[in-house]
Design a protein around this ligand. Structure first.
Ligand SMILES: *[C@@H]1O[C@H](CO)[C@@H](O)[C@H](O)[C@H]1NC(C)=O
Ligand SMILES: *[C@@H]1O[C@H](CO)[C@@H](O)[C@H](O)[C@H]1NC(C)=O
Ligand SMILES: *[C@@H]1O[C@H](CO)[C@@H](O)[C@H](O)[C@H]1NC(C)=O
Ligand SMILES: *[C@@H]1O[C@H](CO)[C@@H](O)[C@H](O)[C@H]1NC(C)=O
Ligand SMILES: *[C@@H]1O[C@H](CO)[C@@H](O)[C@H](O)[C@H]1NC(C)=O
Length: 500
């Protein structure tokens, strides 16, 4: 049985190789093709999977520009495209090489999956500013919306509440939060850079910059609703300014005159006196909130992978955060967050440091590539395949945020490693050696910095690509008449391959 299987497998492998050898160039591989043709024939009626479609392009589609490139970016990739003769916004083109000259593997469009906070209208207040992204800026981002807020030392985002939950990641300085829940339990905490807070839907709260940094604080807020609008929150001052003074006095069992100085409209953000870090809330008869509304994420040790690190905060550790989960990921130069997808939730991404490119694979042959810089938002709809590649020479750091109680992902490599190898082989025509190298543990962040084993392996793989490319290019050339012109590796790809 084992022997029979091995024979079938060999036949399968040779059969597929034979099919891959182009009719237009038999000379290069004549000895291989004659022997494999026989093997293929001998099992032609069984599982012999001669490909029913042409091979994928062997163009490596490297990114075309990086911080060392001095020439202006142009919509050109290999022999495709031509330079721009009309006006050009070079600064934007430089930031979006994969939109200007997409990889040849891109096809169709997935909708806009990039929004730089730089393009969000700023609201300037005394003491800080705020800008937001929701479905108005990014129609595909239906599951979450983001707000970026800055408070000078002591400045206050006033007491308020809203229908959705609020999750935050502190980008700089520290922020003191206060809250009281529906049972009258209260909470005050100072949340530092890289730490999180979370308020359940409808629970009132305030945010204030401490004086830990003379600059105050800045943070990212996430709301599990793409339609969230920060202008629609319910504010203490706004409510009282729109309530008859007689009612206010009756409510607080007070004289109307005691309420003479309340603001006539909302404050939103306003300057204040910095609070002490160890500030305590008034003692509540109901006690403190049982599950803290803040989480010292900065103190969680990340897991080290071959190409970087990752750490997760979701309701398994940050108990109260039942509607938002996060992964903070670092990717070293040359490395990549592996090809994967999230089975049940869309991803709202935020780029903190470094540069990246990401291809969203939407199914039905649709794939589109985007480039990201610090301060940019990405959005990847539920189950879309993607990777996040470091395209710079510094560490890439970003957040993957989900409208979910737990973080979940499916790894392409792990999936293939744990699937019967013969089945994988019949799909992809890979060698046993290649399949046996697939990691049964999630790689998460794969590859490593220059000089690492990864790059050595990459060079070997690239050498393999050159070999396959010879066969594949000829194959494509033989298809030219049927399919119209196709092309092999672009000039840069050729140049890079030549280095190995
Ligand atoms: C990254 O590239 C820039 C621009 O060439 C260079 O100035 C810088 O030294 C490089 N950084 C590293 C860590 O190689
Ligand atoms: C804030 O901190 C700085 C030192 O970092 C200090 O000089 C300043 O007086 C502090 N301001 C307040 C209002 O506490
Ligand atoms: C940047 O691009 C140049 C070619 O333009 C290439 O030689 C170099 O390796 C690239 N650097 C990185 C970090 O990709
Ligand atoms: C497999 O992935 C794990 C991380 O999940 C890593 O520690 C290990 O080195 C990888 N193994 C191989 C052979 O790449
Ligand atoms: C056929 O293969 C040989 C050897 O690999 C190569 O030199 C030649 O360019 C190929 N011909 C075509 C048309 O690709």
């Amino acid at each position: 049985m084992g022997k029979f299987l091995a024979t079938v497998l060999c036949a399968v492998l040779y059969g597929s190789l034979a099919a891959a050898i182009p009719v237009g160039n038999v000379s290069a591989s004549s000895s291989a093709s004659s022997s494999t043709a026989q093997a293929a024939t001998s099992t032609s009626d069984s599982a012999s999977p001669s490909p029913t479609v042409p091979l994928a392009s062997d163009d490596p589609n490297f990114w075309l520009w990086n911080e060392t490139t001095t020439t202006d970016p142009q919509p050109e990739r290999g022999t495709l495209g031509a330079n721009i003769l009309g006006p050009q916004n070079i600064a934007i083109d430089r930031q979006n090489p994969d939109i200007l000259a997409p990889p040849t593997t891109d096809q169709g469009t997935v909708g806009n999956a990039k929004w730089p906070f730089s393009l969000s209208k700023q609201q300037l207040n005394t003491g800080g500013w705020v800008r937001q992204q929701n479905v108005q800026q990014m129609p595909i981002a239906t599951a979450m919306a983001g707000v970026n807020m800055r408070l000078e030392s002591g400045a206050i985002r006033e007491l308020h509440w809203h229908q959705t939950a609020e999750w935050a990641y502190v980008l700089s300085g520290s922020t003191q939060i206060s809250s009281v829940d529906q049972l009258g339990r209260n909470y005050v905490a100072t949340v530092r850079q890289g730490d999180l807070w979370y308020f359940p839907p409808g629970i009132p709260h305030s945010l204030q910059a401490t004086n830990d940094s003379s600059e105050g604080t800045e943070f990212l807020l996430i709301f599990p609703d793409g339609n969230f609008n920060d202008d629609d929150t319910l504010l203490l001052t706004d409510w009282l300014a729109h309530t008859p003074k007689e009612v206010i006095a009756k409510n607080f069992q007070d004289n109307i005159a005691d309420w003479d100085d309340i603001p006539g409209s909302q404050l939103y953000i306003f300057p204040g006196v910095p609070p002490p870090d160890n500030q305590q809330p008034p003692t509540s008869p109901a006690g403190e909130i049982p599950q803290p509304f803040s989480y010292a994420f900065s103190e969680v040790t990340p897991t080290q992978y071959t190409g970087g690190t990752a750490k997760i905060a979701d309701s398994t550790t940050f108990k109260v955060a039942t509607k938002i989960a996060v992964a903070e990921v670092t990717v070293e130069p040359g490395a990549m967050r592996e090809m994967h997808w999230h089975p049940t939730q869309s991803e709202w991404g935020f780029f903190l440091e470094g540069t990246a490119r990401v291809t969203l694979f939407a199914g039905t042959a649709i794939a589109q590539t985007f480039d990201y810089q610090p301060g940019d938002i990405s959005y990847i709809p539920t189950a879309y395949g993607h990777y996040v590649e470091n395209t710079g020479n510094t560490t890439l750091k970003f957040l993957e945020i989900f409208n979910s109680d737990v973080f979940q992902d499916v790894s392409l490599a792990q999936w293939l490693a744990l699937t019967p190898p013969a089945l994988v082989k019949q799909h992809l025509q890979l060698s046993d050696a290649t399949i046996s190298r697939f990691n049964r543990t999630k790689g998460v962040v794969v590859g490593g910095p220059a000089g690492s084993d990864y790059l050595v392996a990459e060079k070997a793989a690239a050498a393999g690509i050159v070999h396959i490319a010879t066969i594949n290019r000829a194959n494509q050339e033989s298809d030219v008449q049927a399919d119209g012109p196709r092309h092999g590796p672009d000039d840069e790809g050729r140049e890079l391959l030549a280095q190995y």
